[in-house]
Design a protein around this ligand. Structure first.
Ligand code: SF4
Length: 369
């Protein structure tokens, strides 16, 4: 099983109306009625929650889940408390990337007691929904060939893909091949790489691996794991990024975003990257792994942030057991969105055409913003 834990698609240092309807249609009739009748109340509740109930959010959530179960099991459903509501931006996954639509209210889907079959279905549904939200998802490092991706991935340690993308044009303009970089003056390379941080160590790495490529592989990046990991400064993580994105070998990128989101979604409780990869990989066909990684990482970077997830603007909120960990007010949540979802430039200076066609904007060159 292929494992990729660093990111050509990730930092290493750092709907729908249809979806809402889907969520609602999956509930019982009483719940749907309750949803309609309590829509206004929910808005008020969300505001209250945003201003004062953060400390008791978890307790409320557990209570709401219990009440929902009771509603289903008894005839007193109408008298029981309504199920937990989720204010969800009904942003149907489209190619339009900017902005968030007004919220709708749908019933949450707590995974308590979720069967293996239900988990697989929910996980795959989340991936399908994310594929619609990010149909243009791609590696966020600029590269034109496997050599550039290898170098960019090494440089992305402890910095953002944006900073790497702003730095590599000058590097590849001066040293376009492994042979060129192998004989470079280290001090000149250091000056180019300075913006990425740890530039002396990174200079040693890229020159060293370029020498190895030139000497041992005819100036070509090898397409096998066992060869890639022999290169100086290239571990399994970097190797899998290259294999997955330059050689089309399926792999799961377990970076910091991936780890955070799959635990929030309760796809796994594991904390070890190898176990996360194995557990999550078993939920999907191997052919889905690379795109799944892109979808999850893109969602983590744009909406489901580490500290302030934008739950109120999240298109998969009806499928998420962690709804409420972040801002649930739709308007406040909308302001937390990043990159194209927030109307901002992306990380790549040269993003794929699909991203531009969808309204995405290129990142600015170094020093331009
Ligand atoms: S925690 Fe919030 S932002 Fe993250 S996936 Fe769940 S609902 Fe969306």
């Amino acid at each position: 099983m292929d494992v990729r834990r660093d990111s050509a698609v990730g930092e290493q240092g750092p709907d729908g109306g249809r979806k809402a309807k889907k969520g609602a249609s999956g509930t019982k009739g009483t719940e749907r009625t309750s949803v309609k009748k309590t829509a206004a109340k929910t808005t008020t509740a969300a505001a209250k929650k945003a201003t004062g109930a953060k400390k008791t959010a978890s307790a409320k959530k557990a209570t709401a889940a219990k009440k929902t179960t009771a509603v289903k099991k008894t005839t007193a459903a109408k008298k029981a408390a309504p199920p937990k509501k989720v204010a969800v931006a009904p942003e149907k996954a489209t190619a339009t990337v900017e902005g968030a639509a007004p919220a709708r209210t749908v019933a949450a889907h707590p995974p308590k007691g979720e069967s293996r079959t239900a988990l697989v279905r929910r996980a795959r549904r989340i991936n399908r929904e994310l594929a619609e939200v990010y149909p243009y998802a791609h590696p966020e490092l600029d590269f034109e060939n496997s050599f550039q991706l290898l170098i960019a991935t090494v440089l992305s340690a402890q910095t953002t893909d944006l900073r790497v993308n702003q730095t590599t044009p000058a590097l590849f303009a001066k040293y376009p091949t492994p042979e060129d970089l192998a004989v470079a003056n280290p001090e000149e390379v250091e000056e180019i790489l300075r913006p990425t941080g740890f530039f002396r160590a990174k200079t040693r790495s890229v020159i060293g691996l370029s020498k190895a490529l030139a000497a041992d592989f005819g100036g070509e990046v090898p397409g096998k794991l066992e060869d890639l990991v022999k290169l100086p400064g290239v571990g399994r993580k970097t190797a899998f990024v290259v294999l997955g994105n330059a050689f089309g070998r399926p792999g799961i990128t377990v970076d910091t975003h991936f780890q955070r989101l799959v635990r929030r979604w309760r796809w796994t409780d594991e904390t070890d990257p190898d176990k996360i990869e194995a557990t999550v990989g078993a939920l999907f066909p191997k052919s889905d792994w690379t795109d799944l990684s892109h979808h999850v990482i893109w969602h983590g970077r744009r909406i489901c942030h580490a500290r302030k997830p934008a739950c109120g603007a999240c298109p998969i909120a009806p499928l998420c057991p962690a709804y409420g960990e972040g801002e649930t007010d739709p308007e406040k949540a909308k302001k937390l969105l990043k990159y194209e979802k927030g109307g901002l430039p992306g990380q790549r200076l040269n993003p794929p055409q699909a991203y531009l066609d969808a309204g995405g904007r290129p990142a600015p060159p170094l020093g331009a913003g």
